[in-house]
Write a protein that binds this ligand. Structure first.
Ligand code: DX5
Ligand code: ZN
Length: 214
């Protein structure tokens, strides 16, 4: 299991304290980029990523919830992303998505494709041979602290089955409402990366983390 801690749920009045805790607990930092257009919320730009990298050695898992992923790929590559995931729904379809996946990989970092709750994984099938990660949104993107949408389970099962049949090795990542109930179920059916924000950071992160993998 890889855990990607969502920065959105950190305490911004004492950020370095949260990093002291989280740096030693998880492997990845989930960095949500919201442009106020693709989603009705605004989060963090590239300069905050540069600052975060000064106080965290974690693998930077950048989730672009933006209308122009092509432009922001360059911006967040420059800022130090290790993996850039963009939304299939923000592109014109398969051709544009493939171009963007190839562009991200040509920069020497990993590429991810994300689907919103209403998008079926079948729609991105032609991308699965090339992408390093598929991010299944288990809430409508835009805000932390929402309840998990059960439809994500079947998407994970589909993606895991497709991966096994075709001998592929993309990561399956799930984002939104992951906690001590949904996390263990997701791992059991083949999820590789759990994004967790409000569940992880509320109370004791170390105890919360242990309960993700029962
Ligand atoms: C939602 C974001 C998530 C969010 C998850 O649009 O993509 O990464 O931080 O938050 P929780 O774990 O609180 O559901
Ligand atoms: Zn996210």
């Amino acid at each position: 299991m890889i855990v990607s801690a969502s920065l959105l749920a950190f305490n911004f009045t004492n950020l370095s304290k949260d990093f002291e805790t989280i740096n030693n607990l998880v492997e990845w930092l989930h960095y949500d980029v919201m442009d106020g257009n693709f989603v009705p919320n605004i989060s963090f730009g590239p300069s905050i990523l540069k600052d975060v990298k000064k106080i965290s050695p974690l693998f930077m898992d950048v989730h672009l919830m933006v209308t122009d992923p092509d432009y922001y790929t360059d911006v967040f590559y420059q800022a130090g992303a290790d993996l850039i995931t963009f939304h299939f729904e923000a592109t014109k379809g398969i051709d544009e998505s493939l171009r963007l996946i190839r562009k991200i990989k040509s920069l020497g970092i990993q590429s991810g494709i994300s689907i919103k709750p209403k998008t079926k994984p079948e729609e991105i099938e032609p991308l699965l041979k090339e992408v390093d990660l598929v991010l299944v949104m288990s809430v409508e993107p835009g805000f932390g602290g929402q309840s998990f949408l059960e439809s994500a389970y079947n998407k994970v099962k589909y993606l895991k089955n497709y991966k096994d049949i075709h001998h592929l090795n993309y990561y399956i990542e799930v984002d939104g409402g992951v906690n001590d109930v949904t996390g263990p179920k997701l791992l059991e059916i083949g999820t590789d990366v759990l994004v967790t924000g409000s569940y992880l950071m509320k109370g004791n992160p170390e105890d919360n983390l242990k309960k993700l993998n029962k």
